[in-house]
Design a protein around this ligand. Structure first.
Ligand SMILES: Nc1ncnc2c1ncn2[C@@H]1O[C@H](COP(=O)(O)OP(=O)(O)OP(=O)(O)O)[C@@H](O)[C@H]1O
Length: 622
């Protein structure tokens, strides 16, 4: 039985499909059922429709139906070939230029601009004049060459906007290659534009071919709807009242145009999962409390979820919260503002686990028109296995720049001017400097060793892919040998781990509540059992109750898996509650760093004191 999803809900789309299907059938079978050759002359000149000539005859006695059916084949072939070629060119130019930027983009954009300013029809006439032969393919290619630019410009603009979206950043963070990001993250979101552009190109190409033929520039040896119109006009069929000669091709072109336009109404319905009807599912797990972490069934799941860290998660977590004491001085110096009056409070990190990430004397800057922005200055922090490091600071203090440096997600014009980020994969072995990793090593490192949960899961999840497809993206890159069944089983297990009904694996992001989306993002971050998860304000967009549930979930997952977290937020009260150690940034510098309890009891820096005082003024209980 045909799936319900394949039957368009809209009557307009159905009408469009019927019209286009009719002409496709005519093109495919019409020439076979025609009883005459389209070019053979007969004794009956300019006869109206009859039993022998269903659509009458031309001035030379040729059968109009035979010409019409052969013409359908030629016109549709030109339309389809030209549209496919034009789309390929516009996707290559628009999407590649928009995604890669730089010189490639500039060169491609100049090319697009040149084709945009030259009027298409005169260019088409000139190019056709130079064609050695005017066969279907060559005419179609010339039409494509003159018509790709508008669509390329639209696709470039859309790509420029999409490449900055969180789900593309998330795909970069998972280690997906650029090509895969383009084909499986960006292009599915451009499908409505590509599809409607394609439909428009088909009708534009049919019209262009008809125009060329009408001007006598088409192939006069093959019969198209355009050449029928040309001969009808030059033989003055209109004057003779031979309507059966010119009405069918003219009407067919108009009807095909209308049919494609009607289909266009349905493009969104198919390309955008939000608009699909008839498949609403009940939000069965909405409001469901995170469950104790019972893993369903598969041995695979067990194998995939063994913590990578040294020692059990409980040991690490327990150790990480049991600490005290201050560390000696580090390379930190205070910024040159009023805060200089008090030196930064530098504390020993109390966590007993081995270091997993060591950031040493890191400096990152952005050269801008107005001078260089020193976004991170001389920052040194150490994250231990199983530790939750809370990173606080006002907007613009450099938190994202710091975490993006650790994950190597910095974008141009950012440049690291000093320092290192050392990753200790195995205790006692030489650490790896993340900043010097080659591109393939970096792709392998991302997500398998360090993953990211972005602030807004709605933006971090690709809106046109199901939950399973988003797990799949990660697993195909990092576990290429896993079978589809294993990938599905793992995705279901991970959903269950974060308290979501495993059947939700087939849902689209818009079918989930905000809290569920964030849990899905956490489950995807956990799927490769990384050592470190960067959480960029993962609960900010949620209401307080759901925020609390998600936080509890994160804490218990940390206890189970033993991963370390860098948790970024503006909310110091929250950090003091959940973090083992707290780092406060201001103007690119680390002004406070130490065990959460120490920071709360004895903040060393006036800025932290001010933050804590404002919390106390608000009546926060810690
Ligand atoms: N692409 C960029 N070009 C120029 N300057 C930038 C760029 N990105 C960030 N900056 C500057 O770097 C500094 C640190 O920014 P960053 O985004 O790291 O701060 P943040 O603490 O993460 O802020 P928020 O909490 O609002 O995300 C700011 O002064 C910001 O203006």
């Amino acid at each position: 039985m045909m799936s319900r999803r394949l039957i368009p809900a809209s009557g307009k789309v159905r009408a469009g499909l019927i019209i286009v299907a009719f002409f496709l059938l005519l093109a495919a079978f019409g020439p076979m059922v025609a009883q005459h050759s389209p070019t053979a002359s007969g004794p009956h000149l300019l006869q109206p429709p009859s039993a022998e000539h269903w659509m009458g005859t031309t001035q030379l006695g040729q059968d109009v139906f035979a010409q019409f059916a052969h013409g359908a084949r030629i016109s549709l072939a030109v339309g389809l070939i030209a549209a496919v070629v034009a789309k390929i060119i516009s996707i290559l130019v628009g999407v590649i230029g928009g995604y890669f930027r730089g010189l490639t983009d500039e060169a491609l954009y100049i090319l697009t601009a040149v084709f945009l300013v030259i009027p298409a029809m005169p260019l088409l006439i000139v190019l056709t004049g130079y064609l050695p032969s005017r066969g279907v393919e060559s005419v179609a290619v010339v039409i494509a060459i003159t018509s790709w630019a508008g669509s390329a410009r639209v696709l470039r603009a859309q790509t420029l906007s999409l490449r900055r979206r969180d789900f593309v950043e998330a795909a970069r963070a998972t280690g997906e290659s650029r090509w895969r990001i383009i084909t499986s993250e960006i292009m599915p979101n451009e499908l409505p534009l590509i599809a409607s552009g394609f439909l428009f190109s088909v009708i534009a190409a049919i019209l262009a071919e008809a125009g060329l033929s009408f001007l006598g520039l088409g192939s006069l040896t093959t019969t198209s709807w355009g050449s029928m119109l040309y001969f009808a006009q030059s033989s003055q069929a209109f004057l003779f009242g031979a309507w059966w000669w010119f009405v069918p091709p003219g009407l067919a072109i108009a009807l095909i145009g209308a049919g494609l336009a009607l289909i266009n109404f349905g493009v969104d319905e198919y390309a955008n999962p939000r608009l699909r009807t008839g498949k609403k599912r009940r939000d069965r797990s909405k409001g469901r409390r995170a469950q104790a972490l019972t893993v369903a069934g598969s041995g695979l799941a067990a194998a995939e979820t063994v913590p990578a860290g040294s020692g059990s998660a409980e040991e690490v977590a327990g150790a990480s919260t049991s600490a005290g004491g201050r560390i000696g001085e580090s390379a930190l110096t205070d910024s040159g503002d009023d805060l200089d009056t008090a030196p930064a409070a530098i504390r020993h990190n109390p966590v007993a686990g081995e270091p997993v990430i060591e950031v040493r004397d890191l400096n990152v800057e952005y050269p801008t028109e107005h001078g260089v922005v020193h976004a991170v200055q001389d920052v040194s922090v150490t994250l231990h296995r199983g530790e939750i490091l809370g990173l606080a600071g006002e907007s613009g203090s450099g938190k994202s720049t710091l975490t993006n440096t650790i994950t190597r997600l910095l974008r141009s014009p950012a440049r690291v001017t000093g320092g290192s980020v050392l990753y200790h994969r195995h205790a006692g072995r030489e650490p790896i400097d993340v900043l010097t990793l080659s591109a393939p090593a970096l792709r392998a490192f991302r997500w398998a060793e360090i993953s990211v949960v972005f602030q807004s899961a709605m933006n971090a999840l690709n809106p046109v892919l199901t939950v399973y497809a988003q797990f799949d993206d990660v697993l195909r890159v990092h576990r290429p040998r896993m079978s589809a069944r294993e990938r599905m089983a793992l995705a279901r297990t991970m959903l269950e781990k974060v308290g979501i009904d495993p059947d939700r694996v087939r849902s689209y992001p818009h079918e989930l509540s905000g809290g569920m989306k964030q849990r899905v993002a956490i489950a995807i971050a956990l799927v490769l059992d990384p050592d470190i998860i960067i959480m960029d304000e993962p609960t900010t967009a949620l209401d307080l109750l759901v925020q609390r549930e998600v936080l509890d979930q994160i804490m218990s997952l940390r206890d189970e898996f033993g991963f370390a977290i860098i948790f970024t937020t503006h909310d110091l009260a929250l950090l003091l509650e959940i973090a083992d150690s707290v780092a406060v940034m201001r103007s690119g510098r680390l002004v406070e760093y130490g065990p959460a309890l120490d920071v709360y009891r004895a903040p060393g820096h006036p800025y932290t004191r001010m933050l804590l005082q404002s919390l106390a003024d608000l009546g926060a209980k810690l």
